[in-house]
Design a protein around this ligand. Structure first.
Ligand code: UD1
Ligand code: UDP
Length: 387
């Protein structure tokens, strides 16, 4: 069989991280059989939101970068569709891989499916059942434009079946006869691969930030519902400031640019107060290895990020989720993640509970064996062999 040509589409920070697991597996196991073309939409563009991951995770630099940047949903997605379509028509790949649920995911799904290129969706089937989230619309539409769908959890697999996907379709697969798989999570592949390296390369970071191992809290906030609703952001940060002081616990907050922008523009007094607190460290976004080290050495994680919720589980840390709902429901059912929304009572109750109970928690292996990327690539190759 001639080499399979695959477009690996990235755009936002977590997608570059996820794509690195596929890229690494291609390099290590399929270099003679798969030709990978990396396309970056440019949705994320700051050095610390994009380039740093290419360097650190040793991914080939994008063969194409559309440089779309930030804009409202319609314009951003539209520009991406136009750019991706042009690349697909000139490169003529066998298929396109998309990850997760961002506007880059949606653009890839629409551009490819309308030009009849098979779409492979990694992290398919995730649902929050809240269509006011831009990500929920992106997920549903992307799944229904896909040919191979890799669901990382039982819940995700069931969601797909509820929406009419059949578990026993036979080849040849196509958009009208898609194949759904229950796999692990490629983010777990990465955590296993990079955990020791993070410790080896980045351990000095703890001293620099004056963090004591297993005795600080890691906080990330970036969801539009939390950053663009100033009252929610104020309530969350006031609650965290007071919990940090009352418990004399340091909180390190590597903030996404959108959170930092909202804080500086809308809550400048609170921003000053946080910066003056001996317990709060607001820092720019960190690299993947730095984040891995912070997660691994923290006591507890407070986040509204999907990826960080899971990584907290990989490192056996309890997490408080600053959202009303989550797609990673197994974590909540397991009792190691608690949904606290932006509610001071819920945040404080979860915080105090995890401070007391942290040693008695159980973290079952929900997310596969760390070889999910290889499994996915094998299945993609099989699909083309069977055609
Ligand atoms: C996007 C995804 C979200 C994902 C997140 C991962 C959508 C709709 N949302 O949200 O699902 O969880 O990425 O991080 O696709 N900005 C910069 N520099 C950058 C990138 C962004 O300053 O490199 C700022 C800009 O002010 C921009 C804002 O962040 O307007 C939001 O960026 P955008 O890519 O639209 O959405 P995210 O919040 O990053
Ligand atoms: N991450 C990182 N540096 C940071 C914050 C997050 O490397 O400062 C990583 C994190 O370890 C995880 C991914 O980014 O692998 C999660 O992305 P994000 O929280 O932006 O988006 P989400 O997962 O919610 O879509």
């Amino acid at each position: 069989m001639p080499q399979l040509k695959i477009v690996n589409l990235v755009g936002a920070r977590p997608q570059i991280i996820k794509a690195s697991a596929i890229s690494r597996a291609i390099k290590n196991n399929f270099s003679g059989t798969i030709n990978e073309i990396i396309v970056h939409t440019g949705q994320h563009y700051d050095r610390e939101m994009s380039q740093v991951f290419f360097e650190e995770l040793e991914i080939h630099k994008p063969h194409f970068n559309l440089g779309v940047g930030s804009a409202k949903h319609g314009k951003q997605t539209g520009l991406m569709i136009t750019g991706i379509e042009d690349i697909l028509l000139s490169e003529k790949p066998d298929c396109l891989i998309i990850y997760g649920d961002t506007n880059s995911t949606l653009a890839g799904a629409l551009a490819a499916s309308k030009q009849h290129f098979p779409v492979i969706h990694i992290e398919a089937g995730m649902r929050s059942f809240n269509k006011t989230m831009p990500e929920e619309l992106n997920r549903i539409i992307s799944d229904h434009a896909s040919t191979l769908l890799f669901a990382p959890t039982n819940a995700a697999f069931k969601n797909l079946m509820t929406e009419g996907f059949k578990p026993d379709n036979s080849p040849p697969y196509n958009i009208d006869n898609p194949k759904i798989y229950l796999t692990g999570d490629i983010m777990y592949d990465n955590t296993l691969f990079f955990s020791s390296l993070a410790e080896k390369k980045k351990i000095n970071m703890l001293d620099k930030l004056e963090l004591e191992r297993d005795n600080f809290i890691l906080v990330t906030i970036h969801r539009d519902t939390n950053t663009d609703d100033v009252e929610r952001l104020r309530t969350i940060l006031r609650t965290l400031l007071s919990l940090a002081g009352a418990n004399k616990l340091t909180m390190v907050m590597p903030f996404h640019p959108r959170t930092a922008i909202s804080l500086k523009n809308n809550l400048s007094d609170l921003y000053k107060e946080l910066n003056n607190s001996e317990y709060i460290r607001i820092i720019p976004p960190v690299s993947y290895l730095e984040m891995t080290l912070l997660e691994k050495t923290s006591l507890m994680i407070i986040t509204d990020s999907g990826g960080v919720q899971k990584e907290s589980h990989f490192f056996r840390k309890p997490s408080i989720v600053l959202r009303k709902e989550t797609e990673w429901i197994e974590l909540v059912k397991n009792g190691t993640a608690k949904l606290a929304d932006a509610d001071p009572q819920k945040i404080s109750a979860a915080f105090n509970y995890f401070l007391k109970e942290s040693s008695g928690l159980d973290f079952p292996g929900f997310y596969g064996d760390g070889k999910t990327a290889e499994f996915i690539l094998n299945e993609i190759l099989l699909m083309f062999e069977k055609e």
